[in-house]
Design a protein around this ligand. Sequence first.
Ligand code: TXA
Ligand code: MG
Length: 334
Amino acid sequence: MKTKRLYYEGKYREQAITEACSFLKAGEVVAFPTETVYGLGADATSESAVSKIFEAKGRPSDNPLIVHVANRKQLGGIVSDYPEYVEKLIDVFSPGPITYVLPSNYTVAANVSAGLDTVGVRIPNHPAAKALLEKCQLPIAAPSANKSGKPSPTKAVHVLDDLDGKIHAVLDGGSATVGLESTVVDCTGQYPVILRLGQITQEEIRQVVGNAERIVPVTMETPKSPGMKYKHYVPEVPLVLVQDQNNLQPSIDAERGKNLRVGALVTPPLAHSIQADKLYFLGKDETEIAQHLYEVLRSLKKQEVDIVFVAAVSTQAVGQAVLDRLKKAAIKII
Ligand code: TXA
Ligand code: MG
């Protein structure tokens, strides 16, 4: 299969959306941009279309997919009764980088929910995603468009690096602006429970609903979100997360002493003080770090370095979500 690159750009926009939509309607898989990361989309009502997503990604079939809809009405079409606070959350945060886990009314195919009686639903806020959903008038199941276990794609070229020849098309809408996946919130109980952090924080959700808990993804026997038990975002080169910034240089020096080529992921203030064989720049604040994190993780190559260190980042705003991803990407936290 040859993967078609459809440019969502200037005068080609409409044509690109029409073509992407006809692939989706024909039960094929198409990657498309969202404000968080690129998604790998298929008609959520078709079991056979959805199975192609699992196949292309190499995703375990017990890990459910997020369903993308154009608006609140379409959301209402795939879920059954949900708590009142969900309306408040939708008012404030949607369209945007937040996914609500709600009781399913079983309109979406069984393999979307991986056997659960809930469905994760998101109204994305990206012009290309919105245009595609409006045009198709279908709920679109879409996990991040990476090979399972790899960092999520924030550009069309990352999708092609992982899935070229395995999917029908990628809709190229430039770089994702948020850069990290959506905040996933279980909304089946009395108050929201955050299953995955994203740009929208626990504090912001609390301000709207009054209460919100966060599930800390330790190794749980039966994780609330099946995705929690899988290894994520693994770069090609082993990454070590250093909790205390003062230990960064000594850790680098120790590995260099063993004749290893050592890299460091650094923010601008550290760039002047840290010495390593190669420095990778993370961005100047939490927002920029979130935007570029996955691209930087994807750029770590065995030909250049043997091991890479990163110091824990500030946990302000989206920083907490960044730290969460770094913990999952690291082989070791010291
Ligand atoms: O920003 C995003 O969320 C991106 C874009 C494409 O929308 N999508 C994304 O999907 O990150 P994925 O599949 O990579 O991550 C979805 C996470 C997984 O950890 C999955 O286990 C969880 O959401 N999830 C999905 N449906 C669920 C459900 N019904 N109950 C609990 N967790 C669910
Ligand atoms: Mg993913």
